[in-house]
Each structure stands twice: as structure tokens, then as C-alpha cells.
Write a protein that binds this ligand. Structure first.
Ligand code: SAM
Length: 397
């Protein structure tokens, strides 16, 4: 068999790719694509753990063993770095989150003639996969699925509902969108559902904005040992181990700086880790996240700023007051903000990203301004998916 037909890598969307560039759905490195199109499995091809694999859009790579998963996450990041000509000072071991550690997820549910379907959508359609099991979610989320299904079967309407689940300090925080409850009885049923399942909070958005139905104690998450108020649907790193890895890198790289700007700071995942001894400015556009971060920052050498960094990025004269800048933007990246950092006198930058493509595009501006990439760590919090993250450390001078 020609070596050209060996699968040598996995492409961005999860297909196997042979040495001569042919794509093979379901192929992993070590498999062989035969001339008749059949796939001969190699030593890294394993049996998927979940009955819904191939149908459910939640996972794309359960047929790849641990080595290949790690290699995939690593190459997704290094490919973008190399494509843009970045020389990588030190490539750190890839962090891969274990199964059953995802602490937040958005699921979908629809009432049907026989009950309700609840789960992730299929890979390339809007169809909801009715999950009987899930190996990515934390057990407290997976255990809630049959109960949520039953609730939607009883109270769902004609439209599909979106369900955001997050594991908070007090238990599961649940936000349901597009569920229209008619009458007092249905509202009481929602309260009963929240109470009997020990939810930390139930928030319903029936088309007029989010309304909290149940929250016996204020819902918090814990960041660097501090309780921070969690707004419904607020952003949290997908796994605790992923957050720990990203925070540890940030502290190791810029923990000795006396002043740090944390841009796109959310609830303060990095700001609380870096504040004290450093003085930290946490900048965030989502008002509820900004206010929650600000409330917890009292007594720390920290300030919180509410600002849209796409429309109004921090300017060089504002940035020049900081010894280091950390940024962790959404998938679109932070083109304008990074251009301002490049034009400032800041010499130390940590860029955390959930999209290697926008990260690499943005960082060309850092390279042009004399920065070099000292450290790079690929991160796979979304196990078995094609979604990857990274932490990077840039310095100049
Ligand atoms: C990937 S999250 C990171 C949050 C935080 N660093 C963390 O680790 O929890 C991106 C954050 O950027 C915020 N964001 C999105 N667009 C923004 C903008 N234009 N200006 C400032 N913040 C923005 C989001 O609300 C979100 O909190």
C-alpha cells in the first residue's frame, strides 16, 4: 500500500487527510484509505465511547485515541503559527481536558408527539439529537438531562427551546430560552422543577428578556478562591482544569508585573488570579459581568472598567501605564485592540485565544512591532471537538 494513502493528519473540520491530500471522513493518522474508498483502521483508531457519536454535533473526534487528540489540538495551533511565520520560543505540552469535565453547555429541546427530544444539534443540521448519554458533560449536568426532557415534554410549545447549563458553586444554573409558560399552573410547575432538582437558579426567557424564577441563594462561581456573582448565561471557561491551566500559565508568565491590564476580562478569571501583588485593571463590555467583577474586587488592588474594546480599544497612552497586558477576546479576536498594544510601550503580552485563526492574524501586528512568541500552549477544553484554544506569551526588547 502506497504511503500516500496513509492518513497523516486531521483537518480543521475533523476529516482525516492522506499524504497526497485526499480527505477521508472518519480517518485518523495511521489509518489507510484504500483505492476503493474504504478505510483500513490503524492503531490510533478506537471505538467511540458514545452511542450518539457521528450523529451528535457535540463531538467530532471520539474515534481518535488520546495521542491523536493531543496531536490534533497541538497542530491546529502550531499550523496557524507556522503559516504566519511565527517562530515559537517554547512549545509547552498540550492541555487536554478529560471526559465528563465540561461545566457549561447549551442544549436544545423540542416537544414531540411522544415526549421531547433534548440534546445537541446534529453536526450539519438543526435536528436535535435526543441524548441518552453524554461523555463530555460533568455528571451533575448529565444527570439533569432526563428531568429536563420530561419538563419540556410537559410544558414545551411548538418552538425548540435553548437551555444553557452551568455548574455554579450552589449547583446547576439553568437558563431556558423560548419556553412560553401559560398560566399560574405552568409557572408553579417550573418552580417545582427547580426546587425538586436542587437547581441553583432557574431563569426563563419567554421573549421579553430573562426572568429569574428561582434562586434561593445568590449564584456565585469561585475564581481564585473568591466568590463572584454569576449572571445568568455568564461566561466561564469550559472546564475547571482548563481554567486552572490557563491561569497557571498567566501567573507564571506575568505574575511578577506590578501592573496588568486584563482585557475582555469577563467575571475576572485572570484579574483575580493576578491582582495582589499586581494592580489590575479588568476591562469588559458585558455590563452584568463587569458589575459582578467590580463588586468582588473591593479591597483588592483592582479596578473594573465597562468598555467596548471593539469600538473603543484602549489607546497607547492608556496602555503605557501597564507593565503587562493580558487579553482573552471572543472568537472574532481583537484586531484593533492588538494594533493599539503594538503601538504602545507595553513589552509583555499574554494572549489567550479560543480561535487560532484570529489569534494568528492579530499577532502578526505584534511581530511587526518587534514582539516575539516566547511560549505557546495549545489547550483542548472541548474534548473530542474540533474547537481548540491556546495560551501565548509575547515579549519585546
Ligand atoms: C472568551 S471570554 C473571556 C472572559 C474571561 N477572560 C474569562 O476567562 O472568563 C471573552 C469576553 O469578552 C467579552 N467581550 C465580547 N466583546 C467585547 C467587546 N467588544 N469589548 C469588551 N469585551 C467584550 C465577553 O463578554 C466575554 O466576557
Amino acid at each position: 500500500m502506497s504511503e500516500n494513502f496513509q492518513i497523516i493528519r486531521i483537518a480543521a473540520r475533523g476529516d482525516g487527510v492522506t499524504a497526497d491530500g485526499q480527505h477521508a471522513a472518519g480517518g485518523v493518522p495511521g489509518d489507510v484509505l484504500r483505492p476503493d474508498g474504504a478505510l483500513e483502521h490503524g492503531p490510533h483508531h478506537i471505538a467511540p465511547v458514545c452511542q450518539h457519536f457521528e450523529q451528535c454535533g457535540g463531538c467530532q473526534l471520539q474515534h481518535a485515541d488520546e495521542d491523536v487528540l493531543r496531536q490534533f489540538v497541538t497542530e491546529r495551533v502550531t499550523f496557524q503559527a507556522e503559516k504566519h511565520g511565527f517562530s515559537i520560543g517554547e512549545l509547552l505540552p498540550t492541555h487536554l481536558s478529560p471526559p465528563k469535565t465540561r461545566r457549561r453547555a447549551t442544549l436544545h429541546a423540542l416537544r414531540t408527539a411522544r415526549g421531547a427530544a433534548l440534546g445537541f444539534r446534529e453536526g450539519s443540521s438543526h435536528k436535535i439529537v435526543d441524548l441518552k448519554e453524554c461523555h463530555i458533560l460533568r455528571p451533575e449536568l448529565a444527570e439533569l438531562l432526563p428531568k429536563l426532557r420530561q419538563f419540556v415534554a410537559q410544558h414545551g410549545g411548538k418552538r425548540p427551546v435553548d437551555i444553557d447549563l452551568t455548574v455554579a458553586h450552589q449547583g446547576v444554573d439553568c437558563r431556558i430560552k423560548h419556553l412560553e409558560l401559560e398560566g399560574l399552573e405552568a409557572t408553579e410547575a417550573a418552580l417545582e422543577f427547580a426546587q425538586s432538582n436542587g437547581l441553583a437558579r432557574l431563569t426563563l426567557d419567554q421573549g421579553y428578556g430573562a426572568e429569574t424564577q428561582w434562586e434561593p441563594q445568590p449564584v456565585t462561581i469561585t475564581l481564585s478562591g473568591r466568590p463572584v456573582g454569576m449572571p445568568p448565561g455568564g461566561f466561564l471557561q469550559a472546564t475547571q482544569d482548563g481554567e486552572d491551566a490557563l491561569v497557571a500559565d498567566s501567573k507564571a508568565w506575568i505574575g511578577d508585573a506590578v501592573s496588568v491590564a486584563d482585557l475582555f476580562s469577563g467575571l475576572g478569571t485572570f484579574a483575580f488570579a493576578l491582582a495582589n501583588p499586581a494592580k489590575v485593571l479588568a476591562v469588559e463590555a458585558a455590563r452584568d459581568a463587569h458589575l459582578a467583577c467590580k463588586a468582588t474586587s473591593a479591597g483588592l488592588p483592582m479596578a473594573a472598567m465597562h468598555r467596548d474594546l471593539f469600538r473603543n480599544p484602549l489607546q497607547p497612552d492608556e496602555l503605557n501605564r501597564f507593565e503587562a497586558v493580558l487579553l482573552d477576546p471572543p472568537r472574532a479576536g481583537a484586531k484593533e485592540q492588538v494594533a493599539q498594544i503594538a503601538a504602545s510601550s507595553v513589552n509583555r503580552v499574554v494572549y489567550i485565544s479560543c480561535n487560532p485563526v484570529s489569534w494568528a492574524r492579530d499577532c502578526t501586528k505584534l511581530i511587526e512591532a518587534g514582539f516575539s512568541l516566547k511560549k505557546l500552549r495549545p489547550v483542548g477544553q472541548f474534548r473530542w471537538s474540533t474547537h481548540v484554544e491556546l495560551a501565548s506569551y509575547w515579549t519585546r526588547g
